[in-house]
Design a protein around this ligand. Structure first.
Ligand SMILES: [Zn+2]
Length: 153
């Protein structure tokens, strides 16, 4: 239920970027439950430590946009969200986090009724948080594609 509500508060992106929709819902759902008091912080972290390795790239991984496995879509997307959350906090002296970026996307009119490009979506989040974490992280995590295709010649 919480997972579906997260989807409602985020724009629809193209199929290639489906991982960010599922990754967000996977990452935000237990945080929302923890903030509401129905999940302890200890349990949240224990679950993340147990489940996040499923999102790590395996042999032949082509980056989040081009590897459409269940693990990379749900947990690879969640890893992206955790990294973004940490980087927002590091770069703003803990004044901003992923939550601020997501609220910014929603405030800019991004919700499930609209189809947005990845660039527009990430920019709206970065603008709200004040640092370009989402855009830079997305570029970094897509570099895997370039590295893999280069090494294959
Ligand atoms: Zn979902």
């Amino acid at each position: 239920m919480t997972h579906e509500l997260v989807h409602m508060a985020f724009p629809s992106v193209s199929r290639q970027h489906h991982w960010i929709e599922e990754g967000l819902a996977t990452y935000v759902e237990p945080i929302a439950r923890a903030q509401a008091g129905s999940l302890s912080a200890e349990r949240f972290w224990a679950d993340m430590v147990r489940d996040m390795p499923q999102g790590q790239p395996g042999p032949g991984d082509r980056g989040l946009d081009h590897t459409r496995t269940w693990g990379r879509t749900y947990w690879g997307g969640a890893v992206f969200c955790l990294l973004a959350d940490v980087q927002f906090r590091e770069r703003t002296g803990n004044r901003r986090g992923l939550q601020h970026a997501l609220r910014g996307v929603l405030a800019a009119g991004g919700n499930i009724d609209g189809e947005w490009t990845m660039e527009r979506t990430l920019s709206a989040g970065d603008d709200a948080a004040g640092v370009p974490v989402l855009k830079e992280l997305y570029e970094q995590m897509n570099l895997e594609t370039a590295v893999v295709s280069q090494s294959r010649g």
